[in-house]
Design a protein around this ligand. Structure first.
Ligand code: FAD
Length: 392
């Protein structure tokens, strides 16, 4: 019997959309990827790739390319904000390989994205830039593209992977559904590792490729090496003070330094090396009743349906898991009429897990990372020191 080949349209060439395009093409189907931007790329600097993702990337044969441009962290080291006391040091090597069989990695987002674009291109994914999707016809199915109103793009299935402010999600809901504010924002900073090596307080942070964290009231800081150990990536989560309706803004360094006046001198010395930064509002999507349309011809993936706080480093990881589950279901499909069942299975597998990650990421902020001085913080520190409480 001839194998069924479906034509899938993926909306959005972020990490999630590219992963879906790779997985579904590998399963023998044709994929067109529509991206609104005129050029491909990723904003931000570092991203952590946990073992649930490296396992999938390995199964697609792209882990070696990823590893070539990644840094492999030895430990997650958590410090108290006040004096830098080490509260916990959890080994990632060999723990990740021993427990999960795959490594934990750090990579520059641009490198990660480029490798996925190269793989998608090599597999024959049709990537169309400057293609902003403005609406979906769920029954046909077809998507409407800005600037081409009289030519809806038809296919067998549409996957909306268009991120936090997803037009596909709003089309499915039939109403505006902006992401909600979590109350936190993120500063993203990079510092040359060389400048740290020359600094008496900072050299030890870059001597070993650890994930270094400081936990303090309302805020926490996560740092790690990138680019063969040449760049130090710093992410600060702190209370959101961005003006209404602004998602991202150049940040004032004085204001940022003021947040850390009472913190560990090591961290303050690190932030003194920062030459400029921007702050990003951290927003979540509301949990949806369903990700798919009853026609069985449309679903969502990644931040479009389960945007999360980054406190467990699982946002993109969950998008790649969505892609892997879709890909494995696409390997088995034999008839077009099975698409509705395929989407039912996709959601049954993915929605509870992704929702759990969104909930746990928020809880991790509230119950572990951002505790004020007092009995709960003392108990957290006691548990971390005893090796009982480490979300990693
Ligand atoms: P996006 O990356 O948002 O991609 C959506 C794509 O769709 C974009 O290319 C966009 O241009 C395109 N698009 C949008 N609208 C349209 C349209 N109408 N038509 C066509 N195209 C459209 N995750 C991790 O796994 N590990 C981490 O360490 C980590 N750290 C993070 C740190 C911070 C500070 C933040 C904010 C997030 C972090 N995340 C992390 C989360 C991760 O960045 C996201 O979950 C992930 O990038 C989502 O991928 P996506 O493909 O679903 O969406």
């Amino acid at each position: 019997m001839e194998r069924l080949q479906l034509h899938v349209c993926v909306v959005g060439a972020g990490l999630g959309g590219l992963a879906a395009a790779i997985g579904i093409t590998r399963a023998g189907h044709k994929v067109t990827l529509l991206e609104q931007a005129p050029q491909l790329g990723e904003v931000g600097a570092g991203i952590q790739i946990p073992p649930n993702t490296t396992k999938i990337l390995a199964s697609w044969g792209i882990l070696p390319a990823i590893e070539k441009v990644s840094v492999r962290p030895n430990n997650v080291v958590m410090r108290s904000y006040r004096d830098g006391q080490i509260l916990s040091s959890q080994p990632l090597i060999p723990l990740c390989e021993d427990v999960y069989g795959y490594p934990y990695l750090h990579i520059h987002r641009a490198d990660y994205h480029k490798i996925l674009v190269e793989e998608a291109t090599r597999l024959g994914v049709d990537i169309r830039l400057d293609s902003c999707v403005t609406g979906v016809d769920f029954e046909r199915p077809a998507v409407h593209i800005k600037n081409r109103p009289d030519r809806p793009f038809e296919c067998d299935l549409v996957i909306g992977a268009d991120g936090l402010k997803s037009a596909c999600r709003e089309a499915l809901l039939g109403r505006p559904d902006p992401p909600y504010l979590t109350g936190d924002l993120a500063y993203r900073i990079t510092v040359p590792a060389e400048a740290m090596l020359a600094h008496p307080l900072l050299a030890d942070l870059v001597a070993v490729p650890n994930i270094n964290m400081w936990l303090g009231p309302d805020s926490h800081v996560v740092c790690y090496l990138l680019k063969g150990g040449n760049l130090y990536n710093i992410v600060i989560a702190s209370p959101d003070n961005l003006p209404e309706f602004v998602s991202q803004q150049k940040a004032d360094l004085e204001e940022m330094h003021a947040l850390f006046e009472d913190w560990d001198p090591k961290l303050r010395a690190l932030l003194d090396l920062c030459k400029g930064t921007a702050k990003w509002r951290l927003q979540n999507s509301r949990e949806m009743r369903t990700w798919s349309h009853p026609s069985g011809r449309f679903t969502l993936l990644g931040d479009a349906c389960h945007a999360t706080l980054p406190y467990l480093a699982q946002g993109a990881a969950q998008a790649v898991e969505d892609a892997a589950v879709l890909a494995s279901l696409f390997e088995k499909i034999q008839h077009k009429y099975q698409l509705a069942d395929l989407l039912t299975m996709y959601e049954a597998v993915r929605k509870p897990r992704a929702s759990h990650v969104v909930k746990k990421s928020s809880e991790t902020g509230q119950t572990i990372y951002h505790l004020h001085d007092g009995p709960r913080q003392k108990e957290r520190d006691r548990q971390l020191l005893a090796g009982q409480e480490n979300p990693y």
